[in-house]
Write a protein that binds this ligand. Sequence first.
Ligand SMILES: Cc1ncc(C[n+]2csc(CCOP(=O)(O)OP(=O)(O)O)c2C)c(N)n1
Length: 386
Amino acid sequence: MATETKTKKTEKTNGAVNGKAASSLFEAFDATSGHKLEVVDPNGKVLHPEWMPDISDELLVEGYKMMRLARIVDLKAVNLQRQGKLYTLPVNRGQEAAAVGSAMALRNDDWLVPAFREIGAYMWHGWPIETLYKWYLGLEAGAVMPEGVNSLPTSVPISSQVPHAAGIGHAINYKGLDQVVLCYFGDGGTSEGDFSEGLNWAAVFNCPCVFFCNNNQYAISVPRELQTKAQTIAQKAVGFGLPGIQVDGNDLFAVYRATKEAVDYARTGNGPVLIEAVTYRMGAHTTSDDPTKYRTSEEEKIWEPRDPLLRVKKYLLDKGLWNDAQETAWEESCAAKVDEAVQHVVGLGPNPIPELFEDQYEHLTNSLEEQKADLEAFLAWQSRRG
Ligand SMILES: Cc1ncc(C[n+]2csc(CCOP(=O)(O)OP(=O)(O)O)c2C)c(N)n1
């Protein structure tokens, strides 16, 4: 049964894998062309109307509102961490267009496979704010999706989620469904074996996966130039035999256009696509990192005016789709929502010890039993010491 499905799919889509069914977008921005898809400039002016996505004003405003909410959730989390109320967390500032613009291209029943820096994508796809903060607090509940939200939890081991995404795509094919998987990872993630294994599997078995690389210029302190000798990350698609496209990751319009096209391409049986979103991690890698050790303030200043929120806001203001009073009202309502979630979550305290261990296997392995006993002994010693 499985082999039959696989054979049919491969026959049906061989042409597409060889590029014949690639849409004009993937042809114009072929991964080897050196072209990057940009639609709107940092001042909110349309640079390339020919690539403007088919997007309603309402959807655009919703996208902007989600980006703004994501920024507020992120800043609040960093503040709380600085007060010792949350643990180490990854900072999202600067990557809101990449996260929201890509998730906007999904259907509700599609699958989201996040890395750890996509607050806007999580929320767009249905993760409650509370769940995000639970995860930042190290609670097991922060990794449990509510009923009906098709998403894996946050993945901290770099790129380990990529083969999972390929596996979900394979299951979708096997079941004859028409869902798509959107899987995120960073530029550093593309150096991992899991990245290659996942993309290769998805390509060979024609899985409906969109692989989305947030190229935010650094993997902790390692700059993109030391990560790979490839000219672009999008180029890596060529070796796997699938379309690859580089987009301005700070441009909501470009990200949405490319992801929507990739999602449609994957959904209609053509197999995976690799998108490289060129963006910038404006904050630190995590709250325990000090970026002044490896990058300059001059570089940070170059990226400041390219803030992804500014560009959509300017576009919306110019078109009369948004105004300052709406901005203030939205910010206030976001702050209230975030405060409510925080009040609920921060009072919950740290994970109880058994929960850290009990969801892994039906019966704890000897090694986990030992780890649990060690942790209990350590905590007992710590509390005796005061
Ligand atoms: C398999 C694995 N190796 C190392 C780490 C430690 N680590 C955490 S984040 C990170 C850098 C990731 O960089 P990138 O993939 O570019 O994503 P970004 O953090 O920039 O979003 C590393 C090496 C890890 N979490 N998992």
